[in-house]
Design a protein around this ligand. Sequence first.
Ligand SMILES: [Zn+2]
Length: 508
Amino acid sequence: MGKIRNIEIFDTTLRDGEQSPGATLTIDEKLKIAHQLAKLNIDTMEAGFPFASNDDFKAVKLIAENVEGPYICGLSRAVKGDIQRAWDAVKHSNKPCIHTFVATSDLHLEYKLKKTRDEVLTMAKNAVKFAKSFTDRVEFSAEDASRSDKEYLAKVIEAVIDEGASVVNIPDTVGYGQAEEYGKLIEYLKENVENIDDAIISVHCHNDLGLAVANSLEAVRKGAGQVEGTINGIGERAGNASLEEVIMNLKTRPEYYECDTNINVKEIYATSKMVAGCTGIQVQRNKAVVGENAFAHEAGIHQHGMLSNPLCYEIMNPESIGKQTEMVFGKHSGKHAIESGLKKLNYTFNEKQLNKITQKIKELADKQKTVLEEDIIAIADYELNKATKKPKIVLEELSVLSGNKLTPTAVVRINEDGKEKISSAYGIGVLDAATNAIRKIFGPDVKFKEYELKAITGGSNALADVSLVLQDKDKKEYKARAIDQDIVMASVKAVINGMNKIKNSKSD
Ligand SMILES: [Zn+2]
């Protein structure tokens, strides 16, 4: 094996990932994820796009002030106002980074920017120069690089490196590239940009054709030194390259890639769970590396092979990414076992929260005999992320009636700021009836945008996990989540949580 190259990992879960439809994160959730990403030991964290909104600016600034380890990066278009704003947010970090971008494909130049190639070249140079006046670490991205004219792209890249860009990113913005072709583009830049060795080549691939990880890895083979992506592969449209997959490919096949990363792989599973919990975008069961079934062997012949020697069918083991397979709790498990289990999963909590979580786990164990890790994670995520503000709307009563000769009917009684309100309604099913009753109380302004029900583990007595998105009359979206052993209760609780979020935001 030759010399092992270190590949930097640039995480954009909080920027590109947060652009996933329905993934909006609160500032507290962003900070929490940022701390976990630092623990995962990524090299650079793109914390947001400070110019885009005040909330984005605040989040990037807060992360820059509080999170140590990685470069804290803010995105900016290649214009002064954006770059200044990005700097004002990231300058609080001791490792600030400004990421500035402009498109280089003729398609974007003609229809989006309405500028000539020369004008864009000047914009790119000026942007990097201006960013460089604030900090040493400046990344330049040539948006839609994979569909740009190669010679022009090389010219832009050479010019920005001359201006001091430390990282040059060659994105496959629309997920159009094919692995070999994309690798060749990286190779072309290595051969045709004279000063290319003065900067790190970065790749940023989208997954529209399912190739984001493959394209990123091929680019690494051809000389890229940084890979950008997100945890669980979330992001615009079909998402970004899934970082855990990129990392585990490099880790599992060192003889093939001759590369490694600084990543603390044992934190992968906990990070994936946290991102899924906060964004509400759950990971599909059969997802590589972090899916629930990623390490499950079902076929008898496989199980036999596994027992003889795990290497028969296992190329990675779950412990390597920090997934505990053995952690099963029963109703006799004590607070201690739960505490150490939660600590292994990197949860931080106080005594009161631990008591509450323990109580919930025991209640569940009473009904479902054993409680699996997935259950614990769901309970802990929920208990630890509950709104700290006292809810203004409290569910006092929910009664539902259903059957094969009965119109599904629900009665809902709530307490809003000390005032009791009661309503009843029917619907297509009990859930529909219950939400109709709630809507009668709150009026038609609130719309349901998304509803997702997930059974955490086990059979018909499984813990139900409901995530939904509500939209207020200003079209602002609110994510809410609740868990309960009863599907209807979990759903109604989630709606009430969402209504509280709307109410809290209105009174701030
Ligand atoms: Zn992107």
